[in-house]
Design a protein around this ligand. Structure first.
Ligand code: SIN
Length: 291
């Protein structure tokens, strides 16, 4: 297994590995270690079956069943991420986000396995929230450290659910208008990686409504400022998909964005998520304010 970093901040292409073969405990350990260091891993030409995708997912952690998005029939752990050639409007994941951060235990990581890829476009972009933290000005680090941020399942709830005509991904069945999705979930705004010790802000614009102790109106300019920093190109990598490629990413320490620039073309991926520690277990306490 060889690692080829894509940028100075995040992402590595992994070669010399066939994920269709059995994954030994040793190999699973090496993959988890590589994911912790690179935050996003890419494998070309794997062409995984759904069974092989599930085996790969288990190498990283227990597979999760997510609310609000309808899974593939008979495969409760797999979501089909599909945009048909004639679909208009948004795309699933087409905003900066961290998957399902409003859950008490958001996924530790997610996996996408590419099936049909448009002739151009349809890339995915990731940003390292560890790299962003390391370059964040000290006063903003101090503001966040030891503080909670409030996450809400905004697109799925009542208060913030987007109007039907603006809803992304008609091929992906999502349940909307569920008042439970409007429940607030407090997570530490700053977390420390259990393996690397790197620190990151655990914030994203899709689900975070405010910082604890501040109103939404008071939080908004601060969150916008921090988000503007969090997605700087220096902290990013962009993956050009090919059929059969697989991406695995650390969900808690990154944000990602599906680029919706392939109108008139079909794109089909299969996606799983795996569980890990709750953000609360990774909290950086206020006592560490100078980190
Ligand atoms: C997602 O947000 O999980 C989807 C990303 C993609 O389709 O590129």
């Amino acid at each position: 297994m060889k690692e080829h970093p894509l940028t100075g901040a995040i992402g590595a292409e992994i070669t010399g590995i066939d994920l269709r073969q059995a994954i030994s405990d040793d190999l699973a350990g090496s993959l988890r270690d590589a994911l912790a260091r690179h935050q996003a891993l890419f494998f070309r030409d794997q062409r995984l079956s759904l069974e092989q995708l599930k085996v790969l997912t288990r190498a990283f952690g227990p597979p999760m069943r997510l609310p609000y998005v309808q899974p593939l029939e008979g495969e409760p752990e797999i979501i089909r991420v599909l945009k048909e050639a004639d679909e208009r409007g948004g795309v699933f994941g087409g905003d900066w986000h961290t998957d399902f951060s409003f859950l008490e235990r958001p996924p530790a990581g997610s996996i996408l396995s590419a099936d049909v890829i448009p002739p151009h476009g349809g890339d995915t972009v990731w940003v390292s929230q560890a790299a962003a933290w390391e370059a964040l000005p000290a006063p903003l680090r101090q503001l966040l450290t030891g503080r909670d941020a409030i996450h809400v399942g905004k697109p799925y709830g009542v208060k913030w659910a987007p109007p039907a005509k603006e809803r992304a991904g008609a091929s992906i069945k999502m349940s909307r208008g569920d008042p439970r999705a409007d429940a607030e979930q407090a997570h530490p705004a700053v977390i420390r990686h259990p393996l690397t010790g790197r620190i990151a802000a655990f914030l994203n614009p899709l689900y975070v409504t405010r910082l604890d102790g501040l109103t939404e109106a008071e939080s908004r300019p601060l969150l916008d400022l921090i988000q503007q920093h969090a997605v700087r190109p220096e902290f990013s990598c962009r993956f050009r998909w090919s059929p059969g490629a697989v991406a695995v990413w650390d969900n808690l320490f990154t944000q990602h964005y599906a680029v919706n620039d392939y109108q008139g073309h079909r794109r089909l991926m299969y996606r799983t998520t795996f569980a890990g520690p709750a953000p609360r277990e990774l909290a950086l306490s206020g006592a560490s304010r100078d980190n």
